[in-house]
Design a protein around this ligand. Sequence first.
Ligand code: SIN
Length: 530
Amino acid sequence: MSARYLTNFDTNHLSSEEVDVLIVGSGIAGLYAAYKAARSGAQVLVLTKRTVEDTCTERAQGGIAAAIGETDSPLLHFEDTLAAGADLCDPEAVEILVSEGPECVGELVHLGTRFDRMGSEWALGREGAHSQNRILHASGDATGAEIQRVLSLQVREEQKIPVLERHFVVDLLVREGRCFGLLAYDEARHRLCVFWSNVVIMASGGAGQLYAHTTNPEVVTGDGIAAAYRAGADVMDLEFVQFHPTALAARDGCSFLISEAVRGEGGILRNARGERFMVEYHPAAELAPRDVVTRGILSEMESTGQSLVYLDVTHLPPELVHSRFPNITRTCLSLGIDPAKEGIPVAPAAHYFMGGIKTDLQGATSIRGLYACGEVACAGVHGANRLASNSLLDGLVFGSRIVERVLRENPYRSNVKRLSGFLNRSLEPGKPVNPMILRLELQKMMLEQVGPLRTADGLSRALSFFDGQRYLTGVCAEEPSSFEIRNLITVGELVTGAALARTESRGGHYRQDYPCRLEHWRKHIIFRRH
Ligand code: SIN
């Protein structure tokens, strides 16, 4: 469900700017692409919805996977990624990820990223479904913040790339299958504006805020996926939503992540009766794939009648827990939980979208001039279930490949301004909804009906919910919370439609009425508007 545009506008009457490369989003994928493009001599502009640091990258704890250990190899990393992806990864994309990843990580180090070391060696951690210790981390459990710090510094201070904060990308300007730029809303000036460019790189993240419980920050509302879909881009694999098994469950709705690395260091999951249970569900126990651990937890929650389980590290040396996970320890202590003495209350929360805007192996979408990288994109690298700590790597590798491709093929400058004249007057004025109330309703419904456990009945109920919102498509949205709720509804309906269509279980998509993986479903669901 979506109209072509969210709002009425006439580009002839809006302030406008033209750049060589326009990047949407300031997480690892967007900033790394910005850095690479600027180094190639392009004039780059980054738009971000709130502040530069308000990203999933900033919150990433566990780390970044790279096959750099002595006993490791890209081949082992390839095999682990494929296995986690539940037979739906594109092997060529995975090959690129694991073989080009180490060099990109090396560049992060070169730029000043301080990954943790043990003596002269990298301190490589272990996470679920990895056969090797291959997770680089920084300040114990603050890896994303360190990468964000380095890339933000590079982009703003070293490369002098302008970054416009509080600029909400409303819609893409596409004509005859080519993207010429975008319409944005400048929150400080309360006005629409236009950015023209031959190269638009979408790196705006996933849609975790579709769910009542999520590890994602509030800004992650599926805006890039929805805008690309409205503009006619193919979107793929949206039914595959990864729930992280262990988000802190101390407060209602609190979504602070308790990194998988805690289980990697030996953390044990116990139910409310104090019993270790993951050994009953999978040979890898706590380090089983995330979907398996999530379902194990949900089943224990049901059998004990509690809405949480506990992650127990009390058997580990307290110094190890404190030094390896300072951020987690600090947060727990601030809530009166001492991980050295008691189990950390945890429950699953929406964490990562494996699907997104369909791209080729150089990040090109089905719309010429529009590229996508990071969580907003779907190059098939994660299949039906992403391997832990492959997401930061994905952002680097495919962000960089876009710039290489653009350099090869795309003359940056052109008079795209001459093509001005995009106009929409089709939407009715009016404010028929309270976006915040609708958002809460949507998030609750998505968690209940389109969460980690799905059935045809529940998914059909979800589709009826979306039918009930159809009237919104004819109404003009005028500010960010109205844009966001429409984007969430668009993406939510796509997720639900794909989940209903896929009558099997695979990776992050689990159908209680179709619990097996089926060979004839080893294919992708792709949506295109009209
Ligand atoms: C974590 O630290 O558990 C999250 C890592 C990831 O999602 O890859």
